[in-house]
Design a protein around this ligand. Structure first.
Ligand SMILES: *Cc1c(COP(=O)(O)O)cnc(C)c1O
Length: 429
C-alpha cells in the first residue's frame, strides 16, 4: 500500500523527504532535477528532456557516460572479484592500473596510494608532505598553497583551500597554511619575492597547487613559466611538491596532465574525477621514490598508516584501467585535439564581443567572464543555469564565469549547439 502511495509523488518530491544534497542550502534552493539516464554526452531527465553534459558531470565522464568499453570491462570484473582487503592482499586490476598509469604520469612518479575521492587524494598528498619531513626529523609543519585554491572538503583539504568560503565552523581546527597568489605572468616577480620571504621565515613542508588552472576559482588560468619558477624554488628548499591534478588530469588541458606543461615535475600527484571516467568513485595519490623512501624503514611508525576500507576496489581499478586505455588511444587524442582547436576558434570569436571578458582556453577547457557585476553565488548564475538548461545544455556557471569541459566524445554538432546557446546568452544577459 505504502509503495503505491509513494509512486503517485514525483521523484523531485520524494527526494525532499530524506535526502540532503551537497553544497546546498535547502531552504533557498530550487527542487533537484531527477535524471533517469546518461549515455554519451546526453543526460535525460524524468520528463524525457535531454541535455548535453557540457561539463562532463564535474569533469568525470570525459569518455562519455556509460561508455560501453568501460562498462563491459567493469561488468567482466564484477563476475570475478568484487572486493578484497588491500592490506595484506593484492590483485591484478590494481597492478595493471599501476603499470598503465606510471607510463603516462609526470616523470618520476613511481608509487601509487589508493583512496576514495579527490579530497582524500589531496589529504594523503598533504600527509605525505608532512610525514616526509617528520620521518626525516625536520621541524616542518606548515603547508604552502595558492590563494583561491580548492583541494576538497575534508579537514586537511579544507585547510589548504583558499576558496572555502563557508568553513567558518571548522577554521579553529585547520592545519597551518601560508598562501601566495598565483603567478599570472604580470606579477611573477612579486609572487617569487613573497615566496622567498615565506620560505625564509616559515617551516614549509609542502606546496599543494592546482597546476595551471584553478577549477573551483572559476577556471582561473595562470602562467606556466611563473609556476615553473615557483616549483623550482620550492624544490631547492626541499619543499614537497604536491600537484592536485584532480580536475586537470587525464587530458583536459590537452596533455595527459597539466604538470606536463612545466619542466619542474611534482613529487606527489593527486588524482580522481576522470580517473574512473565517472563510473565509480576512486582517488589516487602517486609519489616519487624520494618520497616513498622516506617512509621505507625498519621502524613501523615511519609507514603511512592511512587506509580506507574500499582501497583499490577491483571494480574501480577496472574502470580506471579501461579509461586510461581509452585516453591513450589515437581516437581519443584526436578528439581532444579537435575540441581544443574548436575552443581556440570560439575564444577568438567570443573575444570580439563587448560583453565578453578574458575569454580563454586550454585543451577542452574553455571559459570567459560575462561583463556583469555579480558575486560567486549571486542570482546571475541561477538565471544563466536555467537559460542553458531550458535550451538543453547542462552548464554550471560560477558567478559571471561561463565555462565548458565537454566529454572528449562530444560530436561536432553537439559542440556547435553548446557554443551557440552560449552565444545566445550574450544577447539576453
Ligand atoms: C573536485 C576537486 C577536489 C575534490 O574532489 P572530491 O572528489 O569532490 O572530493 C580536489 N581538488 C580539485 C582540484 C578538485 O577539482
Amino acid at each position: 500500500m505504502r509503495d503505491l502511495e509513494l509512486k503517485t509523488e514525483s521523484l523531485a518530491e520524494r527526494d525532499q523527504k530524506h535526502l540532503w544534497h551537497p553544497l546546498t542550502q535547502h531552504k533557498t534552493s530550487p527542487e533537484m532535477l531527477p535524471v533517469t539516464k546518461a549515455k554519451g554526452c546526453i543526460l535525460t531527465d524524468d520528463q524525457g528532456k535531454e541535455y548535453i553534459d557540457a561539463i562532463s558531470s564535474w569533469y568525470t565522464a570525459v569518455y562519455g557516460h556509460c561508455n560501453k568499453y568501460i562498462t563491459d570491462k567493469v561488468a567482466a570484473q564484477m563476475q570475478n572479484l568484487d572486493q578484497v582487503v588491500f592490506s595484506g592482499f593484492t590483485h591484478e586490476p590494481a597492478i595493471k592500473l599501476s603499470e598503465a598509469l606510471v607510463k603516462i604520469l609526470p616523470k618520476g612518479q613511481q608509487k601509487l596510494f589508493f583512496n576514495d575521492n579527490g579530497s582524500t587524494a589531496t589529504e594523503i598528498g598533504i600527509k605525505m608532505a608532512l610525514q616526509y619531513h617528520h620521518n626525516l626529523g625536520n621541524d616542518r609543519k606548515v603547508m604552502l598553497a595558492f590563494e583561491e585554491g580548492f583541494h576538497g572538503d575534508t579537514f586537511g583539504a579544507m585547510s589548504v583551500s583558499g576558496l572555502s568560503v563557508y568553513n567558518g565552523a571548522f577554521e579553529d581546527h585547520f592545519i597551518r597554511v601560508e598562501r601566495i597568489p598565483v603567478p599570472t605572468g604580470k606579477n611573477n616577480a612579486e609572487v617569487i619575492e613573497q615566496l622567498r620571504s615565506i620560505l625564509a621565515d616559515k617551516n614549509i613542508a609542502g606546496f599543494i597547487y592546482e597546476p595551471l588552472i584553478q577549477g573551483a576559482a572559476a577556471m582561473k588560468f595562470h602562467d606556466a613559466e611563473g609556476l615553473n619558477e615557483v616549483l623550482k624554488i620550492c624544490r631547492g628548499n626541499d619543499v614537497v611538491l604536491v600537484a592536485d591534478e584532480v580536475m586537470t588530469g587525464f587530458g583536459k588541458t590537452g596533455r595527459y596532465f597539466a604538470s606536463d606543461y612545466m619542466e619542474e615535475k611534482p613529487d606527489v600527484v593527486c588524482m580522481s574525477k576522470a580517473l574512473t571516467a565517472g563510473l565509480l568513485p576512486m582517488g589516487l595519490t602517486s609519489c616519487s621514490m624520494k618520497i616513498y623512501n622516506a617512509f621505507y624503514s625498519d621502524e613501523i611508525a615511519k609507514g603511512l598508516f592511512h587506509g580506507h576500507t574500499y582501497t583499490a576496489n577491483p571494480l574501480a581499478c577496472a574502470a580506471a584501467l579501461a579509461a586510461v586505455e581509452l585516453l591513450v588511444s589515437e581516437e581519443m587524442q584526436e578528439n581532444i585535439q579537435r575540441i581544443s582547436q574548436a575552443n581556440l576558434d570560439f575564444v577568438n570569436k567570443l573575444s570580439q564581443h563587448p560583453k565578453v571578458k578574458n575569454a580563454r582556453s586550454k585543451g577542452v577547457i574553455m571559459a570567459f567572464e560575462l561583463d556583469i557585476q555579480t558575486d560567486r553565488y549571486g542570482s546571475l548564475r541561477n538565471r544563466l543555469f536555467k537559460f542553458f538548461m531550458d535550451r538543453g545544455v547542462f552548464l554550471r556557471p560560477l558567478g559571471n564565469t561561463i565555462y565548458i569541459v565537454p566529454p572528449y566524445v562530444i560530436s561536432e554538432n553537439e559542440l556547435k549547439k553548446v557554443y551557440s546557446v552560449i552565444e545566445d546568452s550574450l544577447s539576453v544577459f
